[in-house]
Design a binder for this molecule. Structure first.
Ligand code: ZN
Length: 248
């Protein structure tokens, strides 16, 4: 267990939002972002695919062996994780020729039953610290043109109407941001955090996603001109946009 303020204190830039951010962290439980079991990893990866729309309710999952290979986890661990998700009602198992493991039609409803505000706040705090660190680390060192893909995502989010598409774009922004600033490993870590959050808290509403997208745009503007402090503040404002609309 790691004290978030102690471990990541240097990234906590002084500024107008400081007192809110600090109280935020004091309320967070010890971070659980780093340690996860194989079963949790399987759950997070499947949840991320559902969030990104590459798996939808009613879709058949790849075979256990294929999933084990993709995730670098033993087949028995994958099988047990899928059994747990079937018991939770996130997945359905069907027997017979057209059988297999499917994303349950009631996926979104089951997620609302798994709601865990404390655990979600803890992962959120870790995600915030990770992004503040990546942004502080990358600001001023990004070659011109590296942010073009992220800017395109912001524009697509502005134009999107469909709630599922908005969630997909919001998630892709954070994955691409982590990769742009920290490489493939940071993308994977971010994906696992977001995947776990997908199962701990109902998805944000379109209004929240649009509000956050303004923070995405601000962040890219500040990163583009190498302004570290305002860029970090945009990351914090993004985090607070969620809390302003959904206190607690
Ligand atoms: Zn966002």
């Amino acid at each position: 267990m790691v004290n978030p303020g102690g471990k990541f204190g240097p990234y906590n830039q002084p500024g107008p939002t400081r007192s809110e951010a600090v109280s935020d962290m004091r309320d967070a439980r010890p971070l659980s972002g780093r340690s996860q079991t194989g079963a949790e990893l399987v759950r997070a990866r499947i949840a991320l695919r559902v969030r990104l729309g590459s798996l939808s309710p009613g879709d058949r999952l790849p075979d256990t062996g294929v999933l084990a290979e993709e995730l670098g986890i033993s087949e028995i661990t994958v099988r047990r994780a899928l059994e747990g998700m079937c018991q939770d009602g996130l997945l359905d198992r069907r027997r017979g020729r057209a059988g297999g493991t499917f994303v349950a039609q009631g996926w979104a409803r089951v997620v609302t039953l798994l709601y865990d505000a404390d655990e979600a706040a803890s992962l959120d705090a870790f995600h915030l610290l990770l992004e503040c660190g990546l942004v502080a680390h990358g600001a001023g060192e990004l070659p011109a043109g590296r942010l073009a893909g992220l800017r395109a995502l912001v524009d697509q989010t502005d134009l999107a109407d469909d709630p599922a598409r908005l969630l997909e774009l919001e998630t892709r922004f954070h994955l691409d941001l982590a990769e742009t600033l920290g490489g493939a490993g940071m993308r994977e870590l971010t994906g696992d955090l977001i995947g776990r959050l997908c199962l701990l808290r109902p998805a944000p509403s379109p209004a929240v996603v649009r509000d956050r997208n303004r923070c995405h745009a601000d962040l890219l503007t500040e990163l583009g001109r190498g302004a570290m402090d305002p860029a970090v503040r945009a990351v914090k404002a993004h985090h607070q946009a969620h809390q302003r609309i959904h206190p607690g």
